[in-house]
Write a protein that binds this ligand. Structure first.
Ligand code: AMP
Ligand code: TRP
Length: 328
């Protein structure tokens, strides 16, 4: 039986955090044996916002290393760096030529990221979702496992694919977004009204995957809660709800079990137990990461292999696109 294809991407714009892990990476790992998978470190997306070259170079490797450390395995999955496969940039241009400006103007992530500087940000930031569509469409992708914030981009990708197919004949598969029922939007610790993010300015908001145990304890100790006492899942109490959700995701218990477990306990107990749970859950990943980082040549070999496998598939799709457009 032919396996379906999964594609997903992750930026190298900062340090990976438990939101990335619970909303995306962990699901990639558990799903991978049922599918053919492509996981891409999207460095060309990363540079839509200014980056320091040396830091970027290091972050690309860190992100790739963390994917392997989390349990992405080569039998099922291809891990590669976007800029190593030139077809991504080229298809993005071709799709640019059929994508209406108005579709991109509606993207909420662009509105959020550009904020008040709408006239100053790069054209690349505006065009970001078209490059994302190119990523997905090059691989005849059936499914795109992402956090909630990416749903709109995957839907736009479907619209672009449909428009292309209508104009030039059946070329692209229409992908489905796949968002986890819990964990699709992990919130910030100090500011639980906003999602946890890679941003350097909000260090205390995020638990990064490579944070050491003391730092994890410290960040959770300071996490925002509320003036009530009861430890209950309640979306109107975003701080406590978020801590409980992270606990739920790492322990795989249901909400009732968790509420019973914390019955009569204090926020301090919740934070301390959560800290130990997170520390123990991340321990094997951190150990494996440092092993990989210390193993000379491992990452380069894996990424070269990834670029070769992804490149072969992507180039054959690109040839089809050239033909259909009339470029060949
Ligand atoms: P990014 O860090 O923007 O490259 O995101 C990589 C993946 O992690 C995407 O699938 C995002 O949707 C997901 N993600 C990012 N932040 C969060 C969050 N706070 N909660 C859940 N998923 C997230
Ligand atoms: N935009 C995604 C994010 O910030 C990253 C991404 C780029 C992606 N290309 C993709 C995700 C293709 C899924 C599929 O999270």
């Amino acid at each position: 039986m032919n396996k379906k294809t999964v594609f997903s991407g992750i930026q190298a714009s900062g340090s990976l955090h438990v939101g990335n892990f619970l909303g995306a990476i962990r699901n990639w790992v558990t799903m991978q044996s049922k599918f053919n998978n492509y996981f891409c470190v999207v460095d060309l997306h990363t540079i839509t916002i200014p980056q320091d070259p040396a830091t970027l170079r290091a972050k690309i490797r860190e992100v790739a290393g963390l994917l392997f450390a989390a349990g992405i395995v080569e039998d099922n999955s291809v891990v590669f760096v976007q800029s190593h496969v030139k077809a991504h940039s080229e298809l993005a241009w071709l799709l640019n030529c059929i994508t209406p400006m108005g579709w991109l103007q509606r993207m909420t992530q662009f509105k959020e990221k550009s904020g008040k500087q709408r006239e100053e940000v790069s054209v690349g930031l505006f065009d970001y979702p078209v490059l994302q569509a190119a990523d997905i469409l090059l691989y005849d992708t059936d499914m795109v496992p992402v956090g909630e914030d990416q749903k709109q981009h995957v839907e736009l990708c479907r619209d672009i694919a449909q428009r292309f197919n209508y104009q030039y004949g059946e070329t692209f598969m229409l992908p489905e977004p796949h968002i986890p029922p819990v964990g699709g939007r992990v919130m910030g610790l100090s500011n639980p009204e906003n999602k946890m993010s890679k941003s350097e300015q909000k260090q205390e908001d995020s638990i990064f995957l490579l944070d050491n145990p003391d730092l994890i304890r410290k960040k959770l100790k300071k996490a925002t809660t509320d003036s009530l006492r009861e430890i209950r899942f309640d979306e109107n109490r975003p701080g406590v709800n978020n801590l409980l959700t992270i606990y739920q995701l790492f322990t795989d218990q249901n909400q009732e079990e968790i509420e019973n477990h914390f019955e009569g306990k204090s926020y301090k107990d919740l934070k301390e137990q959560l800290a130990e749970t997170v520390i123990e859950s991340l321990r094997p990943l951190q150990e494996r990461y440092y092993e990989i980082a210390g193993e000379k040549g491992y990452l380069d070999d894996m990424l070269n292999r990834g670029a070769e496998l992804a490149g072969t598939k992507a180039e054959s799709k690109l040839r089809e696109v050239w033909e259909n457009i009339g470029l060949r």
